[in-house]
Design a protein around this ligand. Sequence first.
Ligand SMILES: [Zn+2]
Ligand SMILES: [Zn+2]
Length: 161
Amino acid sequence: MIAGLANVAIVVATAVVMELIAAAVHRYVMHGFGWGWHKSHHEDHDHVLERNDLFAVCFAALSAALFVIGAWHPAVWWMGVGTALYGLLYFIVHDGLVHQRWPFHWIPRRGYLKHLVQAHRLHHAVRGRDGAVSFGFLYAAPLDRLVRQLRANAHAGRRQE
Ligand SMILES: [Zn+2]
Ligand SMILES: [Zn+2]
């Protein structure tokens, strides 16, 4: 029982850490030197896949590596479960609810999921690499704060030109 709870704690903690890592990677790598891959996600197109999906492949590889190492270290195996769970939630919220990359159409009309969708739409309000807001996927700041930040970024961007 105690061991089971410890494993659940590892899974939840890993998923939380993954959200922090994903938000940081999105902000500093994808909107930084990794823009070459991520750009495809900020452009309109009618392809099924995007070069940006390679980032998801990298995270899936990380999860797979944790499962392999976990064959010798059970705690690491549960970290692999947490990483895979995060990947699943990321796919449901980002690829599914926001970008509708699945065969059915459902948009949350209330609650936290609606908030996440609206916040990520604000992320896409900026087409270029700079000045974007809301880099997380399962956590987002209040919308009015994001809108204020977006305006301030646009203002700062204009001044730089
Ligand atoms: Zn982005
Ligand atoms: Zn997106």
